[in-house]
Design a protein around this ligand. Structure first.
Ligand code: 3H9
Length: 700
């Protein structure tokens, strides 16, 4: 920590905490790039700055602000694997609250986790309108560990605090102001306005958050709330613990509540769930750093074309418009054109009616979209994403047209889910400019994008895909071409194994319940009903002539489709739907039992554990084959796809992270036990056999 009588320029010292002014209002600046995390050096610097200011008779009030792009974004997550080192953050924060002089937080960027806890302990908070606040610790499998669960309810009330702490959601400054978490929004110069507020507070007894009373929640309402949190947490343990700690704030004095909080924080810090969620956090960032592309410059993309405005195309167009691209949507006929435009407008209208968007922003976004019929209008586009009918000849013909229209250097992307992108690229004279950008539905919401390269795709085109995904705020995973790429290929095995379970004795609702208890938001049959059974049926019919006759094939889904049951949209599929609610259907039970009879299987009761273990083993084995074939380069690529595209519970860290924890020998035994019955395609992956034999892991 450095101190001076007059402000000094930030960056003069390498110390992460500086005192830039002392009289009459002191300014403490935290400067620890990239996100001002509270490393040990920051904690020590902050504590000594507060102590120095407390002692300085010329200082009458204090502002805490941060250099760089953000306020403090939390504790330093990288330190969590090591033993805690003094001074501990709760002690530093208590010293801030106890300071005899008024302390004001000046918040820009994100005040998250420990950063939000610092702000909560200050005697007032001024924020830039763009600032965000939150206690996202549960997303790392933790509870706030420096007073967050005890101070937040004292400022915003019990219910709002439980909501924020148990979901980890962040709030923008305007909502924080409404909740009482922020006292003022700055209208220009944040630091100057915070200094003004501090000046106004001189001589006034500081309002200490920890001394405020908090109204208890009615006991019945409180237990209902905890039950609701538990249900939503789908197996994650931190959200419930966080909610229970918040409830303590009504009964315990601050320090006692904080002691309970600290105990829970330290216990969770060494939990498997927290390790998995930390892995998920870093994997989501690491996935964008693709070996070999570090120094490759992406092409500049400003003008984007989207061909086809069906469900996928309209979502893709909205994703680009939301990110500020100039978007032209092209349809091949007038009638499709009108329907596409209506679909896009509808996406925005729904966001306005649910309060997620103002009508002014909707109008602005809609005005960044233009609509045309026919590909010639795409001539000025830097990137074109195709989302037309999933048929090789349709796509090849479109790419031939695009090749004739687009300027040299433009990037041509296909959103195909399964087709061989190499063959699509070969329809052009510029296969190096072609790649897959495989979005997930709804494309404007889902974070995952598979960036699929062919053997011909130029490195700068892959780098362009990554840069575009970053601008879209997506999570991109680079992979090579194979049937279904990473996610849908694994999903196919997941679904097949789920169907084998039906044939052997389980019912759809039992498999779904087991996988929902595992932590997936929905089981595989409920997901099929939501997505619609007809598309997969059409694909199965197309592939039927080439199917291996020895493949174990369960035809219940085909029979459902033959009966016109395409899922929710027809009111029935694997379930029947009454007022949107799914119910098991005796008709489906009948079909499943017939399937068992046809295979001459004596149905048996299958336990939840067996369902979960078999599906997990199927996923891990296929994921390992994907690694063996170098469809992706790293285990984390698979884990990120499964967590972001398919709802694999992040508290398990993804299938390969979890497989390491369970033991690869155990998984291999499970695969070997199934392989003879399940037949071709279910052989153990070579990489799984090798690792299990040598004791190696996916993550060394
Ligand atoms: C906590 O606070 C516990 C306390 O209650 C109690 C303690 C006793 N630590 O995301 P980005 C790195 S728990 C270390 O790409 P953005 C990140 O890895 C913590 N490193 O930027 C990346 O590094 P690299 C609660 C961190 O602008 C770089 O910073 N806080 C941390 O898209 C840039 O990150 C959270 O959970 C950290 N805390 O988003 C907040 N945070 O360049 C977690 C980031 O090497 N952080 N890094 O890949 C975030 O949500 C986002 O990073 C943030 C910026 C919104 C801040």
């Amino acid at each position: 920590m450095t101190s001076s009588q007059t402000p000094t320029r930030s960056g003069e010292s390498s110390e992460p905490v500086r005192i830039l002014a002392t009289s009459p209002v002191a300014l403490i600046e935290i400067d620890n790039p990239p996100v001002n995390a509270t490393s040990q050096a920051v904690r020590a610097g902050l504590l000594s700055a507060i102590q120095e200011i407390d002692r300085n008779p010329q200082t009458e009030a204090v502002v805490i602000a941060c250099a760089g792009r953000t306020f403090v974004a939390g504790a330093d997550i990288r330190e969590f694997g090591q033993p805690p080192r003094e001074p501990h953050l709760p002690d530093v924060i208590n010293a801030i609250e106890a300071c005899l002089k008024p302390v004001v937080a000046a918040v820009h960027g994100s005040a998250l986790g420990g950063g939000c806890e610092i702000a909560l302990a200050c005697h007032a908070r001024v924020a830039e309108p763009g600032a965000t606040f939150g206690l996202p610790e549960v997303r790392l499998g933790l509870v706030p560990g420096a007073g967050g669960t005890q101070r937040l309810p004292r400022l915003v009330g019990m219910e709002a605090a439980i909501d924020l702490v148990s979901t980890g959601r962040t709030v923008k400054a305007a909502e924080a102001l409404r909740l009482g978490l922020v006292d003022r929004l700055s209208s220009g110069d944040l630091r100057a306005e915070a200094m003004d507020l501090a000046q106004e507070m001189i001589g006034v007894q500081p309002a200490r958050t920890g001394e405020r009373p908090v109204a208890a929640m009615d006991a019945h309402a409180a237990s209902a709330k905890v039950a609701e949190v538990r249900k939503k947490a789908r197996g994650a343990e931190a959200p419930c613990k966080a909610a229970e700690l918040v409830l303590l704030a009504a009964d315990l004095p601050l320090l006692e509540g904080m002691a309970r909080e600290r105990e829970t924080f330290l216990e969770l810090r060494s939990s498997e769930q927290s390790a998995a969620l930390r892995h998920a956090f870093f994997a989501e960032r690491e996935v964008t750093r693709v070996p070999g592309l570090e120094k490759v410059e992406p092409r500049s993309i400003q003008k984007v074309g989207v061909v086809g405005a069906g469900t996928m195309g309209s979502g893709i167009a909205v994703a680009f418009a939301d990110a500020g691209f100039d978007v032209k949507v092209v349809e091949t006929s007038e009638s499709a054109f009108a329907a596409g435009q209506a679909r896009i407008t509808d996406i925005y209208d729904k966001q306005v009616s649910s309060g997620r968007l103002t009508s002014a922003v909707r109008d602005e976004r809609l005005s960044s979209l233009s609509y045309e019929v026919g590909t010639p209008s795409l001539a000025d586009r830097d990137l074109v994403v195709e989302a037309v009918f999933e048929d090789m000849e349709v796509k090849r013909s479109l790419f031939r047209d695009l090749d004739g229209v687009l300027a040299p250097g433009a990037v041509l992307a296909t959103n195909t889910s399964y087709l061989d992108i190499g063959l699509i690229a070969d329809a052009t004279a510029r296969p190096a400019d072609v790649l897959g950008l495989h979005f997930f539905s709804p494309a404007n919401v889902m974070k995952l994008v598979e960036i699929v390269k062919t053997d011909a795709t130029a490195p700068e085109v892959i780098a362009t895909g990554l840069a575009v995904a970053k601008r879209l705020r997506k999570v991109p995973v680079v992979c090579r071409v194979c049937d279904g790429f990473v996610g849908n290929r694994i999903l196919a095995r997941y679904r097949q194994q789920a169907e084998y379970l039906l044939e052997e004795g389980a019912l759809p609702q039992e498999v779904d319940a087991a996988m929902e208890a595992f932590g997936f938001p929905m089981g595989p049959f409920a997901v099929s009903d939501l997505a619609g059974l007809d598309i997969a049926w059409a694909r199965r019919k197309r592939l039927a002539p080439t199917r291996d006759p020895h493949e174990r094939y369960v035809d219940v889904a085909d029979r459902l489709c033959e009966a016109g049951r395409f899922g929710r949209k027809t009111g029935a599929g694997w379930y029947r739907y009454t007022a949107g609610k799914r119910e098991p259907d005796p008709f489906v039970t009948g079909l499943v039992e017939e399937a068992s009879q046809r295979r001459k299987v004596l149905r048996r009761t299958i336990s939840v554990d067996e369902i979960q273990a078999r599906i997990r083993a199927a996923i891990v084995n296929e994921a390992c084959k994907i690694l063996d074939e170098r469809i992706v380069e790293r285990p984390l690529d698979v884990d990120v796809v499964m967590m972001h595209g398919y709802g694999y519970p992040a508290w398990r860290g993804g299938p390969l992270f979890e497989a390491d924890r369970i033991g690869l020998k155990v998984i291999l035994d499970q695969v070997n036990e199934r392989a003879p019955q399940d037949g071709p395609g279910w052989e153990p992956a070579a990489g799984l056999v090798r690792r299990a034999a040598s004791g190696a892991r996916f993550y060394p």
